[in-house]
Design a protein around this ligand. Structure first.
Ligand code: SIN
Ligand code: CO
Length: 391
């Protein structure tokens, strides 16, 4: 994807223009951005997913046992039968993890690094259903599925914005709507972090939320400190062989403080340690206990399978991050772990980690490379990539 190519799903903006003028700054509405995505999942498909133990789902009832009641899934068909006719929402997280063909839509946003993506959440709501006027801390592209939703956008919020009490949702008390539009199937609305938004289903409607994440800097710092200590050892003591006579016995001298500051920073100031700690952290899977299911394949069977129409897919529930040295991938991390590869396969690693889906043609340059195919077979066994025969 070229940064200066106008993108229809961004209303003709280039990725560079969108990032410069809208990303993390202001909302954008694009009519008919993804007409074919709208019918990808029916409300029944979504309810079936919400019945699964392993799938994260919630029901929000505006007029539940308490106002804006939140229930955690899984939900049975019986649950749905007992719901009121209106004013509720079913939310299903990480649908892209279960439907690789849905995850493919994320490629439209490949100008934003993969590690910034959280998931695709899909909601279903009958008339009146909403999650209330609220704000999120993260960027989101809201793509309308079936039906219509009225979106109102309001003020910029922060931790001091008054909230309605007595619900686990962060519902704003005093929503101040400016923007007010009805969206149709395939319309896209980008909402930047902390902007109040309120979407009410006008009829049976599904909404696809492509959600992003931003790592809390405190967590990142903690991780970097942990890794730095693993390298430096945690037993190092402060040493002062050049100690000068104290000006006052009770004082913590400025020179001592400066010396300590320098020693502490030097523990962290190692580009290799920072790189490894950060890349590993950013590659952690959305679900901490997630382990992909591998599939044992003979290295020699990979190319023939691709030739017969299978595609090589990256596991949509795993996260992949590689670091770069001299323009080539040098370290690969998947789900928080380093995955070793022979340096001769650096460009293959880049190709595999950059794409969700690769067909036969893209892998032709590697067809006679035994090292590449056996490394790939190891990855298939780990479940980081898989051959999808259904295409
Ligand atoms: C929804 O799909 O109902 C809510 C999405 C959001 O407001 O973030
Ligand atoms: Co929201």
């Amino acid at each position: 994807m070229k940064a200066d190519q106008p993108l229809a799903h961004l209303g003709g903006l280039t990725a560079a223009e969108f990032l410069r003028d809208y990303w993390q700054k202001k909302p954008l509405l694009v009519r008919n951005a993804f007409p074919e995505l709208a019918y990808r999942l029916s409300p029944e498909d979504l309810m079936e997913l919400a019945a699964e133990e392993s799938v994260e789902s919630r029901l929000i009832l505006e007029k539940g046992k308490t106002p804006w009641e939140v229930r955690q899934g899984p939900f049975t068909a019986k649950t749905f039968k007992q719901l009121p006719k209106s004013h509720w929402t079913l939310l299903v997280q990480a649908v892209d993890h279960y439907l690789p063909a849905l995850a493919d839509y994320l490629d439209h946003f490949a100008f934003i690094p993969n590690w910034r993506i959280d998931d695709i959440m899909i909601s279903f709501a009958p008339e009146g259903g909403s999650v209330g006027p609220h704000f999120d801390q993260y960027d989101v592209f809201l793509i309308q599925g079936i039906g219509n939703r009225r979106w109102q956008l309001g003020q910029h919020c922060d931790e001091h914005t008054p909230r309605i009490q007595g619900t686990r949702l962060r519902i704003i008390d005093g929503f101040d709507a400016g923007f007010d539009e009805i969206v149709n199937p395939g319309d896209l609305l980008y909402v930047p972090p902390c902007l109040a938004h309120y979407g009410v289903a006008q009829n049976d409607c599904t909404t696809y939320s492509i959600g992003f994440r931003a790592p809390p800097l405190a967590h990142l710092l903690e991780r970097v400190v942990d890794v730095a200590l693993e390298h430096a050892g945690s037993k190092q003591l402060y040493a002062d062989p050049d100690l000068k006579p104290a000006s006052a016995a009770g004082a913590l001298d400025d020179t001592v403080l400066q010396a300590l500051r320098q020693k502490l920073f030097s523990l962290l100031d190692d580009p290799e340690i920072l790189k490894q700690a950060i890349a590993a952290f950013l590659s952690e899977a959305k679900y901490e206990d997630y382990e992909p299911e591998g599939d044992v394949q003979e290295a020699g069977d990979i190319m023939p399978a691709l030739e017969q129409g299978a595609v090589l897919r990256r596991d949509p529930a795993s996260r992949f991050v590689y670091t770069v040295n001299n323009g080539q991938p040098d370290l690969l991390y998947v789900n928080g772990q380093e995955v070793a590869f022979p340096p001769a396969l650096a460009s293959l690693v880049g190709l595999l980690a950059d794409h969700r889906r690769l067909a036969h043609e893209a892998l032709l340059p590697w067809q006679d490379n035994a090292q590449a195919l056996s490394w790939l077979a190891e990855q298939l066994a780990l479940g980081y990539w898989f051959l999808d025969q259904d295409e």
